[in-house]
Design a protein around this ligand. Sequence first.
Ligand SMILES: *Cc1c(COP(=O)(O)O)cnc(C)c1O
Length: 360
Amino acid sequence: MARICNFNAGPAALPLPVLERAQAEMVDYAGHGMSVMELSHRAKSFMAIVEQAEGNIRQLMGVPDDYDILFLQGGASLQFAMFPLNLRPPGQAGAYVNTGSWASKAIKEGKITGETAVVWDGKAENYTRAPRPDEIAAPAGAAYLHICSNETIGGIRFSDFPEAGDVPLLADMSSEIMSRVVDVRRFGMIYAGAQKNIGPSGLALVIIRKDLVARCPETVPVFLRYATHAAEHSLYNTPNTWGIYITKLVTEWMLDQGGIPAIQQANEAKAAALYAVLDGSRFWRPVAQSASRSIMNVCWRLASSELEERFVKEATAAGMEGLKGHRSVGGIRASLYNAVPRACVETLIAFMGDFERRHG
Ligand SMILES: *Cc1c(COP(=O)(O)O)cnc(C)c1O
């Protein structure tokens, strides 16, 4: 078996024990004589999978009882459209923090169906940092304050989250969900596409306070209401059954690792080792300002795009995939999600030492 080191930004690395378990259960799941993909979504054993996935998430993140956990389709991108429709009544503005590519997409979508107010924009500093909590005030009367807690493309994150008072704080946590301890109570809603840290693509996890679920106006199509999916426990229509099953296995694996505190510690150690190399020589040019450095997506530049291209090419030849920065910004990006083993970070670091000796 040849597993490479996978630094993809998403879809991304999954834990090997999860893939092996899925493989072992593929043809005959729990004595059913069929795979999970072939089970009815109304079968008791599939409903048990949904319940277990939800229970694992509740346990891992400490999700309180007055929050619903939903498994939806359309990825994180559909949420950009769905939360304004559900949570922003006519005449009220949705407030947004613009930290870069993904935050901008949410703003763009939010403008289509109502009023938006951008309360902070990182453009002047080329989106190299997130704001400090004291730089943001949610306007009184805003329907919500939206942030992207970790910008996957720019490689920055909120080290501390803003205080929004009575205004519900909403966060796109796609690229850092369950990578660090977060107090769910501080948020009205947390959502994430699954394909970075918790499963395959085509599945969105939504954690939303029940009073917000109830807010939706009657004018919103039934399928786009959180209330529809909450009432049916994510089984209003045929969900992404395979995605929910893999998420169940990944969250089991996370519990086996010692839960989010242990995973966070491992993630911080992986990122610190890589940033130490980037800070250790002027050959490397880290992109993010130090206070906002992402521990999931580490981005840096080299002296020229030719050198960056060579870096990616040689790394690929040495068994490391996915190091090319996003096409919109260029450079190098190593995504160090939960499932990326420390050993792969060490392999990358050793390769970087060698590359610098040859090209520095
Ligand atoms: C990947 C990503 C998205 C988009 O997710 P899809 O599932 O492709 O819609 C949105 N926000 C962030 C922060 C992401 O990293």
